[in-house]
Structure formats: structure tokens, C-alpha cells
Design a protein around this ligand. Structure first.
Ligand code: NAD
Ligand code: TDX
Length: 341
């Protein structure tokens, strides 16, 4: 039977990749993208999808209860996948409010709509940051689904709060929910405020590359498409009320990533500039994805070497897309990096 997926944040980096994947892999289904289009959403990102008769776009804020209810009434979604969020840790440190309203209250509005109109599944896209961080000198430690929530930034705290709310709606109202917690994503269409596209963009213009502190913090990188396949696997095969960690055991420190980008672009390491560290900077993230692999048969298929090459190539070929994003990001770059000198 034809299904309707309501995807929020589908003009952003991962949400758009998920919509593309649905349109390609589930060609009989309908995909509704609800996105208010903050600074982080470049309208050009969805230009191909808009031509697809199975795709529909609502420029709507998930915090707007009335508008969200209207969309549910009109579209009658079976599955709701919530990607919509304020997603940049540094912005949350300078100004937390939108993180609290969108990431927590917006999630509540969506779940209230699910209760009112009835759905088969509500899926919450969460992050490994809800577990806090791991020490750099304990490579034997990983985040498991039962690792206690222990957040550092207003961003991660808002995501952890949303996760608790989702589990509360399951226990209290029996809402059929699932949650996935993924490690750092990279790939095409990521807004150039995040490490990899920011460094590609700066290196391409021979600008200095601002590495926070010593650059030894470790992130666990996953290609965005692998993440999206993981989410689909959780929705189609995961157990209701459960949390699934998604990651590919791909740990690298920030200096490694930055040097890798410079090598690929043929630029000198002298572009690297160490700047003041992020407040409360998490040391290391490392996901144990064993549960998703065993229960869902999911596993990443893109190696880091392939993924990073493809990613750098995409940004080189789509400099115009980066330029459009950079135009709406100038003020932020000035504000964030001026304070770090
Ligand atoms: P993004 O910032 O690229 O996209 C977020 C999208 O949400 C944007 O299109 C934005 O316009 C939209 N949005 C923001 N506020 C909204 C609101 N009030 N109403 C409707 N739409 C709104 O983020 P991303 O990197 O694609 O992340 C998507 C989700 O995945 C987030 O929930 C994030 O916490 C989670 N996540 C991200 C990563 C990562 O590495 N990027 C890793 C794990 C989890
Ligand atoms: O200019 C920079 N210099 C720098 O050294 C920036 C923007 C980042 N960094 C460092 C900070 C982190 O250690 O690079 C690392 C990655 O930073 P971000 O790209 O901002 O990602 P992170 O803070 O790890 O959070 C990301 O992963 C988890 C996403 O932004 C979140 O949305 C997701 O939940």
C-alpha cells in the first residue's frame, strides 16, 4: 500500500539525503517535506526533488501547532521522521533559545499531532552527543544505547531532552516511536559552518583554517547516505520504543581531517591556524553500532577514504552551492571566529 512519509527538516543536510533516498528506493510512496528554512537551509538543495510528483514541500515551522495540525489533516502521514533542528553546537553556545524551542517544543508539537491524527511510526533523529564525551586515553570505551545521558552543550542538552520526551510519549500515551543516535555525518549539501565543508570552503579560497585548540578532539565520521539507510532500517525493522546507535567505527581527530582535506586540494598545511577552543569541547565520540547491525542487518558501506574523496569532489564541483550558503553565513563567521583570536 502507498505510504506517506512526513519528513521535517528535509531541506537540511541529512533530511534532504533521506528524502532523496526515499524517492529513489520507495518510488510508490509519497514524501512530504516540512521545513521552515532557517539560515541552514539553502533553497537550491531541494530543486531536483521539487520536480518529482511524489514530493511536496511545506515551508512551515514545526513549532507552529496550528499549521502542523493542518498539514497532518491534509496529508495524513503514516510515518513521521523528525530531522528538523537547530544543529550547530557553537551557535547553541552563543544563543541557546532557538535550540530549546525548536529541538524540544517542536518535537512535542509533532508528537501531539501524531497522537491527534494517528500514525504508524514517529521516528526521532538524535545524536551521539546526548551521551556526552569519552576520554582520549580510553580507546576501549564506546557509547552504548544504555550509556547514561550526560550532555555538555545547550545543543546536546536540547537533543537529550527531546529524546526523553519521545520515550515519555511512548510510555505514557503508547505512541509508536523509535530513536536513532548517530555519530558525525559528512557528505554533499552540509552547511559550511560544520568542520568538513567549512574547511573545504576556506582551503579552496586559500583562507586560514581555524582549528579549535590543539585539534586532537576525536569524532566518529559516517557518510550521510549510510546514516539515512540506517534510519530507514530502524523505521522498517526496528522495535517500537527502542533506541538504536548508528556509526561506523571511523574515529579521526580534527587535525587528521583538516590535513586530509588540504592534501586532497593540494594546499599547504601552513593554512592551519589554531584558535581558541570551544567552551566545554567534547573530547571524543565513539559509537558502538552492534545493536543496529545485529537486529536490523544494517551496516555502513562507504569507507572513509571513498567518502571523503567523493565529498571533496562534490564541493569542488558545486562551489556555487557553497557560495550561496556562505552569503547567508558571513555574519556568523565574523562573530564566531573574531571572538577566537
Ligand atoms: P541542518 O542544520 O543541516 O538541517 C536542519 C534543518 O531543519 C534545516 O533545513 C532547517 O531549516 C530545519 N529547521 C530548523 N528549525 C526548524 C523549525 N523550527 N521548523 C522546521 N524546520 C526547521 O542539520 P543536519 O545536520 O541535517 O541534522 C539533521 C538532524 O540530524 C538534526 O536533528 C541533528 O540533531 C541530527 N544529527 C546530525 C548529525 C550531523 O553530523 N550533522 C549527526 C547526528 C544527528
Ligand atoms: O571551525 C571549526 N573548527 C574546529 O576545530 C569548527 C566548526 C569545528 N571544529 C571542531 C569542533 C569539533 O571537535 O571540529 C569538530 C567537529 O565540529 P562540528 O562540525 O561543529 O561538529 P560537532 O560539534 O562534532 O557536532 C556535529 O556532530 C553531531 C553536528 O554538528 C551535530 O549536529 C551532531 O549532532
Amino acid at each position: 500500500m502507498r505510504k506517506t512519509f512526513l519528513v521535517t527538516g528535509g531541506t537540511g543536510f541529512i533530511g534532504n539525503c533521506f528524502c532523496k533516498l526515499l524517492l529513489a528506493e520507495r518510488p510508490d510512496d509519497k514524501v512530504i517535506n516540512v521545513d521552515v528554512c532557517t539560515y541552514a537551509a539553502n533553497p537550491s538543495t531541494i530543486r531536483e526533488e521539487l520536480k518529482n510528483p511524489n514530493y511536496k514541500f511545506y515551508k512551515t515551522d514545526i513549532r507552529n501547532r496550528e499549521e502542523i495540525y493542518k498539514i497532518f489533516e491534509e496529508e495524513k502521514p503514516d510515518t513521521v521522521v523528525n530531522f528538523a533542528a537547530e544543529s550547530h553546537v557553537d551557535r547553541s553556545i552563543l544563543d541557546p533559545e532557538a535550540f530549546l524551542t525548536t529541538n524540544i517544543l517542536g518535537t512535542a508539537v509533532l508528537m501531539d499531532a501524531c497522537r491527534k491524527y494517528g500514525i504508524d511510526r514517529y521516528h526521532q533523529v538524535s545524536t551521539d552527543e546526548v551521551y556526552g564525551d569519552l576520554p582520549l586515553d580510553r580507546p576501549d570505551l564506546f557509547f552504548h544505547e544504555d550509556t547514561p545521558l550526560h550532555t555538555s552543550s545547550p545543543y546536546s542538552t536540547s537533543k537529550a531532552s527531546a529524546d526523553l520526551l519521545v520515550l515519555a510519549y511512548y510510555r505514557t500515551y503508547g505512541l509508536p516511536v523509535t530513536i536513532s543516535r548517530c555519530s558525525n555525518n559528512y557528505g554533499p549539501y552540509q552547511f559550511p559552518e560544520k568542520l568538513i565543508p567549512l574547511m573545504i570552503s576556506k582551503a579552496s579560497h586559500d583562507e586560514s583554517l581555524p582549528v579549535y585548540g590543539e585539534g586532537l578532539n576525536v569524532r566518529d565520521w559516517l557518510y550521510v547516505k549510510d546514516h539515512c539507510y540506517g534510519i530507514l532500517a530502524v523505521i522498517e525493522k526496528g522495535r517500537i520504543g527502542e533506541v538504536y546507535n548508528l556509526g561506523g567505527h571511523n574515529e579521526r581527530n580534527n587535525l587528521y581531517i583538516v590535513k586530509r582535506i588540504l592534501t586532497e586540494l593540494g594546499k599547504p598545511e601552513s593554512l592551519i591556524t589554531h584558535v581558541a577552543d570551544r567552551h566545554g569541547h567534547d573530547q571524543r565520540y565513539a559509537i558502538d553500532p552492534a545493536k543496529a547491525m545485529a537486529e536490523l542487518g544494517w551496516q555502513p558501506t562507504t569507507t572513509f577514504e571513498d567518502g571523503i574523496k567523493r565529498t571533496i569532489e562534490w564541493y569542488r564541483e558545486n562551489q556555487w552551492w557553497l557560495d550561496e550558503c556562505n552569503a547567508s553565513n558571513r555574519e556568523w563567521l565574523k562573530k564566531n571566529y573574531a571572538e577566537r583570536k
